[in-house]
Design a protein around this ligand. Structure first.
Ligand code: ZN
Length: 268
């Protein structure tokens, strides 16, 4: 079996409390060889590291504050993320970004914490895992400036700055992100039967810039839509990409694994 990757999965959340190890067993059996678990606040970032320590080489962690979980925000929190990010299990800063759909955190504050965490990522040489909801314009403006700074400071992250997770915007923004060497995370929504737009954008995205992700427990692919998602469903997403690109499932698995290796600097 060709190994798959799940580059975005929240295994630490309480939806998995009663059967986490079973879910992982199912993932390994389905051929998922590597999982990235991003945090959404300090507590879940710590839990992501603990999970990674329990499954060395198979699970890694990203640490950061999600835009919906930014209250309160102060420099102590950034200091705590910096400390967590020093752990060897941590391969990225995330998930961070902008969410204008759910403004639990005021937009001004979202921008401040996003920028602070981007700066931290550049300082530590860690790529970023980015959440965007209805904020693509501001997001691209901020990322372009950040990427320009990476180039000017000769930061090696210029070549592997991060991933726009669960990519849902248009082809133009995708191409602009690819120009900056960002990867695009493709998940369950590409399999939805009523998502022609999402399918047609994905069809035109180059495979060497795509990553597979479930975003479990959310966004389960067809035919599990609406139920709890899990990493074992990754092949359903990979099959859809194979179909759209008219290539083999094996090629999708291989290329997306190589992409994950490059982005997150893995030894696997
Ligand atoms: Zn997420």
């Amino acid at each position: 079996m060709v190994p798959f990757t799940d580059t975005h999965c929240h295994l630490d959340l309480n939806q998995f409390d009663h059967d986490r190890e079973l879910i992982l067993k199912r993932a390994w059996k389905a051929g998922i060889a590597w999982i990235l678990n991003p945090g959404i606040d300090l507590e879940t970032s710590q839990e992501a590291i603990t999970l990674s320590k329990a499954h060395p080489g198979r699970i890694n962690a990203a640490v950061g504050i999600h835009p919906n979980f930014g209250q309160p925000w102060n420099s102590n929190i950034l200091g705590n993320i910096r400390t967590l990010a020093q752990e060897s299990e941590v391969v990225a800063i995330g998930e961070i970004g902008l969410d204008y759909y759910r403004q639990h955190t005021p937009i001004d504050q979202q921008r401040i914490m996003f920028q602070a965490q981007l700066n931290l990522a550049a300082e530590l040489g860690l790529p970023v895992v980015i959440h965007n909801r209805e904020a693509i314009e501001d997001l691209m403006t901020i990322l372009s400036k950040w990427h320009q700074d990476l180039i000017q400071s000769n930061n090696p992250l210029t070549e592997r700055p991060g991933v726009l997770h669960s990519y849902s915007a248009d082809l133009d923004s995708a191409q602009a992100a690819i120009e900056m060497n960002f990867y695009l995370g493709i998940g369950g929504p590409v399999t939805f039967t009523n998502a022609p737009e999402r399918k047609s954008v994905t069809k035109h995205l180059p495979l060497d810039h795509l990553l597979l992700e479930t975003d479990a427990p959310y966004l389960a692919p067809h035919p599990h839509r609406g139920k709890r998602n899990e990493p074992a469903y990754i092949p359903l997403i990979a099959e859809e990409i194979a179909e759209l690109h008219q290539i083999s499932l094996r090629e999708v698995a291989q290329v997306t694994f190589a992409n994950a290796r490059h982005l997150f600097n893995l030894n696997q």
